[in-house]
Design a protein around this ligand. Structure first.
Ligand SMILES: *Cc1c(COP(=O)(O)O)cnc(C)c1O
Length: 414
């Protein structure tokens, strides 16, 4: 709070495409898609139209005992896209994580394996900040203060390719990390309900990218030891890694997928946890306590579901995943011409780019953020890691502005 004495809040008046605009008419390129939610730019006409159409029909009805058209359509659509046929809705990512954790635990309990009460996650993982989600998150600055409140969970070595030894390939390192999971589960599987992971990219932990062979191997190991695999695609879902969902790149089917952030194109809060028929069946019973007694007031909100349907329709209409390949090629070509810079681990996966700045300045993050805003660019480095996660509609001249501004600011702030 006190930092805002030096860095006042920026009041935004309106926005269009990749540009935010303040009350003085100054524009800022939204290089992080407003915390990774805004997939198709601000003021997107098709999402707006879908919400207003829905607004004239039905804004909301509780989902307990009721249903409505947008939630049915969205569930069908997400079921087709993920291969997981059952949806449970909430309004934010952390709640989707909570739902997956509770449902996994309860599944094992209903299946007579009530010792399965613990969870595994990765070192440097991020799954949200409510108490359950924070228990499987491994980012010290968010977690340490609340440690006495949290459930114990166990962290497996991160397959982040930056941690590979000299001469070791990303794949070899990822497989080495997966073998650690195998050894751990061989001893402890009887107590473990689920392993929750961010597929392909550990975003909040500093855009750590890893090989899909890890997911493939961990899927086999989890199946072997009767441990659920929860794919937290809250950040990477909806095309961020190049495929609609990151798990597709490893050709695996997790037991649960958590989705949020980009799901409504950044228009309204919505999240969903998807799971298999097998999990669904374990709760299907005459006994009420075998059911999943978890609810949120705004579960499956009709306006949010209509925004999500419009977002999914844009992927089809605009052939977004194919179009994004051109944007990626353009950005990669520009980055390839960067030459000598004080950076390492320049990396890229789908519509995310990141690099680590080599600097002795302890104020790099702060200075870069502030200087970039002065120049009309919104980027939020994570420590010394600068990343781009722009809206998919970013154009070439906007890319040029984002990259040239970043290049000069890295030189100035490092
Ligand atoms: C942002 C995020 C969450 C939490 O979502 P919120 O809506 O902020 O609660 C969970 N997992 C991942 C991977 C995220 O990036």
């Amino acid at each position: 709070m006190k930092a805002h004495e030096q860095l006042p809040l920026l009041p935004i008046a309106c926005a269009e495409g990749v540009w935010l605009e303040d009350f003085e008419g100054k524009k800022y390129l939204d290089g992080v898609s407003s915390w990774w939610v805004n997939l198709f730019g601000h003021n997107e006409p098709r999402i707006k139209a879908a919400i207003s159409l829905q607004l004239n029909q039905l804004e909301h009805v509780m989902l307990a005992g009721f249903t409505h058209e947008p939630v049915v359509q969205l569930s069908e659509k997400l079921g087709q896209l993920t291969g997981l046929g059952h949806c449970f809705y909430a309004s934010d990512g952390a709640s989707a994580t909570e739902i997956a954790l509770k449902m996994s635990f309860h599944y094992w309990r209903n299946s007579g394996l009530s010792n399965k009460t613990k969870f595994l996650s990765l070192q440097n993982s991020y799954h949200g900040e409510t108490i359950g989600a924070l228990s499987v998150t491994d980012v010290a600055i968010f977690k340490d203060t609340y440690a006495p409140l949290l459930q114990q969970s166990m962290q497996m070595p991160s397959p982040d390719a930056r941690l590979a030894e000299a001469g070791e390939s990303a794949e070899a390192y990822a497989l080495r990390c997966a073998e650690f999971v195998e050894k751990y589960l061989a001893h402890h599987h009887a107590d473990i309900a689920a392993f929750i992971i961010e597929p392909l990219i550990q975003c909040a932990g500093g855009m750590g990218m890893y090989s899909p062979v890890y997911l493939k191997r961990v899927r086999e190991i989890c199946t072997k030891y009767q441990v659920h695999l929860i794919a937290d695609e809250i950040a990477v879902g909806f095309g961020r890694t190049g495929t609609m969902f990151a798990c597709e790149q490893a050709e695996i089917k997790p037991d649960f997928i958590c989705l949020s952030k980009g799901i409504t194109g950044g228009y309204l809060p919505l999240s969903v946890t998807l799971t298999t028929d097998e999990v669904y069946q374990a709760f299907y019973d005459d006994s009420v306590v075998r059911g999943f007694l978890h609810s949120h007031s705004y579960t499956g909100n009709a306006l949010a579901c209509s925004a999500a349907l419009a977002t999914l329709a844009i992927f089809e209409q605009d052939q977004t995943l194919i179009k994004n390949q051109n944007t990626q090629a353009y950005i990669n070509a520009q980055l390839a011409s960067w030459g000598n810079m004080p950076i390492k681990h320049l990396r890229h996966q789908g519509m995310i780019w990141a690099f680590d700045v080599t600097t002795t300045s302890s104020k790099f993050q702060h200075n870069f953020y502030q200087q970039a805003l002065l120049q009309g660019l919104l980027l939020r480095p994570i420590g010394n890691t600068v990343y781009f996660m722009p809206p998919y509609i970013i154009g070439e001249s906007e890319v040029d502005f984002m990259l040239s501004t970043t290049q000069s600011l890295v030189m100035a702030c490092a």
